[in-house]
Design a protein. Sequence first.
Length: 382
Amino acid sequence: MTVAIAQHIALAYDFPVIFTRRVFDAANPTLADVLARAGDGPHKVGVVIDDGLAAADPTLPDRVTAYAAAHGRRLTLVEAPLLVTGGEKAKADFSVVESVWALTHRAGLCRQSFVLAIGGGAVLDAAGFGAATAHRGVRLIRLPSTVLAQNDAGVGVKNGINFFGRKNYLGAFAPPYAVINDHALLATLPPREARAGLAEAVKVALVRDAAFFTRLQELAPRLAALDDEALLEADIRCAKAHLEHIAGGGDPFELGSARPLDFGHWAAHALEEATGGALRHGEAVAVGLALDTLYSCRLGLLGAAEAEAVLDLLTGLGLAVWHPALAELDMGAAIEAFREHLGGRLHLSLLTGIGQRVEVHAVDPAGMAAARQDLAARGAPV
């Protein structure tokens, strides 16, 4: 006898993504108000801080501690803020994940407690994985400190680390309790890091928002100069577009294989791995966007003038569209690795216009090789 019991579980996730400035000023109620959503406090909070951010902003740990003291009705720090490895090294092994596990165990954090992760996207990914797997899920508040994390990596539902030499091989889907983007923290970034994050804004504009692409073109000189107000506008619009896709795309936990927000990322992931992380994620994405744009043009899907506009915007933002590692990349193997990463049939988003895309399920090796040649002919190595 065969018995089948149909089970349907529907869950609604609700988390705010907030843009503010100087979140740890005692007069700024943002963090305290976020914690108040969980009911009467004080709530136990364990804090982890990207050590690169702490080096650039040495007073940050003390400001966090002072803020907690000023808002003692809402939060209790379980211990002094913990510094963890920043940058891509945060995802290279289990060190950050284990630090979060140890913090939750040492401090007696439970599923009603909070981990506050402050730093770049790699730290948020690794700390988020630790929080998602401690007690099967401790509440996570993300406080991104880079352009890339504030407009993309920090606002979604993914967490993870690299393993087996593969990008994001281990991880978990776990929506945060809240995301607080403190725009003032961007002042700590080296110019290279700030510009790299703009690649994700170009990406989301290309696959879903032609008006945003036009606005990025208008803002390009100011963005390249890292004008504060231009960066804020671009970050907010980029984050909003990402959130609209995650919430409205019908597949927030990527059970299917189509992932428009991964446009240009098959090559980007491979380039990051090939360079051992020397190429920043946003820089690798810029190269990947340029390559897939020219491939779209080679296939006759995208007009030459539109392709030119994409590459002009990337270079106008100060992003290189070529890297020597691309010349040596085994593109067939990289595409197959991406198919495996997608978890099923190959889906590549290609452009049919600015803000318009189509999904393809196979790659013409000769066409992609020709697109790489086109890019090599015009791209200045970094």
